[in-house]
Ligand binder design. Structure first.
Ligand SMILES: Cc1ncc(COP(=O)(O)O)c(C=O)c1O
Length: 398
């Protein structure tokens, strides 16, 4: 298994397994901007490396001020962290939820953070038939056995409910049962499906008594980011926290940088829990520098607008069912006729120098699901050729 530590992009495990050095991989298993770190990142390293002889600003003032100007929110509604992953963990520890409703499949760290904090989790299984959209069903008295759904351990396992929209209806019920002190965790857009949370679901959740934790780690890739992001609402609400990552869009996962937006009172409480100097000097300067990169952002959106549908169409032509996501990665399902599991696919592609993410490890997905990044045209061309060969290899589909 390449996801020994729970995530894609683990090129050391890949090297151990396939004997290929890190620079030899075409990595489709982590979802970074394929343009790589923008030029300003190199300038920060060149001009500021000597400054690491000093401690970083413990309050991350300059970067918070710049984020505040960029997103038009108050600086005291922002907490910067050593990657969004740190802040997800921190928020759970700080909010100490009574219980959590967790949409699945979703990013592993939500469940891990909740489990580490001892928070009981109820799962909301997103429906494959609805392409994993976090829609809530309309719960009518004749179509729904609320009591039995509430008793079911996993919402998707709720017994004897109508087959159509089962998860959505059970989720509606679970949401109706939420009370103060509960949290709902959602990826917006979600990983690994790439789906945004429907406006209607957000509206209904925000009307309820539970806190909503929205992970917008990939929101910068979304075409109508401004309209879909809840950053500004989070800055004013004591019941909404938004997480943002800077590592994916700016291709700097090795530097670790993310921030959360919440009501200033929540931010003040969470700041108390964060270890001092969590965000190193270079990360702070890099964060400031990349926020000025308007050309890079435009280039990225233009590339994705063209490349994602192109890749998705060709994957479909290979018989792969593609989830209609909004971001820079795609969730694919191998056709049954291929007679191939994702582990076998990962192995066949691994021998060809290509990494994909085994998505069967996400609750609610099957051994035929895999996740792949969208990369540049030339790389995608090679990826598709190798994928087709891997599908056809020894006893494959065609
Ligand atoms: C959905 C999602 N949220 C958060 C993170 C963590 O991002 P960061 O690199 O900022 O810690 C990841 C990383 O893969 C992710 O996929």
């Amino acid at each position: 298994m390449l996801e020994k530590y729970g995530h894609g992009g683990d090129w050391i495990t890949a090297e151990e397994r396939f004997g290929r050095p890190p620079e030899g991989w075409l990595d489709y298993s982590a979802n970074m901007n394929p343009f790589g770190p923008p030029a300003s990142v190199e300038r920060v390293f060149r001009d500021h490396w000597r400054d690491i002889a000093r401690y970083p600003d413990p309050a991350v003032r300059a970067l918070r001020a710049k984020l505040a100007r960029t997103y038009r929110i108050p600086a005291d509604a922002i907490l910067v962290g050593n990657g969004a992953a740190e802040l997800i963990d921190l928020a759970v520890r700080g909010l100490k939820p009574r219980s959590a409703l967790l949409a699945q499949p979703s990013f592993k760290e939500y469940g891990d953070a909740l489990s580490k904090a001892g928070v009981p989790i109820r799962e909301w299984r997103l429906d494959a038939e609805r392409d994993f959209s976090a829609e809530l069903g309309n719960v009518g008295p004749n179509r729904y056995d609320r009591r039995r759904a509430a008793q079911a351990e996993s919402l998707a396992d709720a017994p004897n409910l109508p087959a159509d929209g089962l998860a959505a209806e059970a989720a509606s019920a679970a949401i109706r049962d939420l009370s103060e002190g509960d949290v709902v965790f959602l990826g917006h857009p979600n990983n690994p499906t790439g789906r945004l949370v429907p406006d209607e679901t957000i509206r209904r959740l925000r009307e309820g008594p539970a806190d909503l934790l929205l992970d917008e780690a990939f929101m910068d890739f979304v075409e109508d980011e401004e309209e879909r992001s809840l950053i500004r609402e989070a800055a004013e609400s004591e019941r909404l926290v938004v997480f943002r990552s800077m590592t994916k869009f700016y291709a700097i996962p090795g530097i670790r940088l993310g921030f959360l937006v919440a009501h200033p009172r929540t931010v003040a409480e969470l700041t108390e829990l964060q270890p001092p100097w969590s965000v190193n000097f270079l990360a702070q300067r890099i964060g400031e520098a990349v926020l000025d990169e308007t050309g890079y952002a435009e280039r990225t959106r233009a590339w994705l607008r063209e490349e994602k549908p192109w890749l998705a169409d060709r994957l479909s032509a290979l018989g792969i069912r593609v989830c209609p996501g909004e971001v820079n990665y795609l969730l694919g399902e191998l056709p049954e006729e291929a007679g191939l599991t994702v582990l076998e696919l990962q192995d066949r592609l691994g021998r060809r120098g290509i990494l994909v993410r085994d998505a069967s490890l996400f609750p609610g997905l099957t051994e035929r699901h895999f996740r792949m990044a969208v990369r540049l045209r030339e790389e995608n061309g090679r990826f598709l050729r190798e994928l087709e060969q891997a599908l056809n290899e020894g006893g494959g589909r065609r």
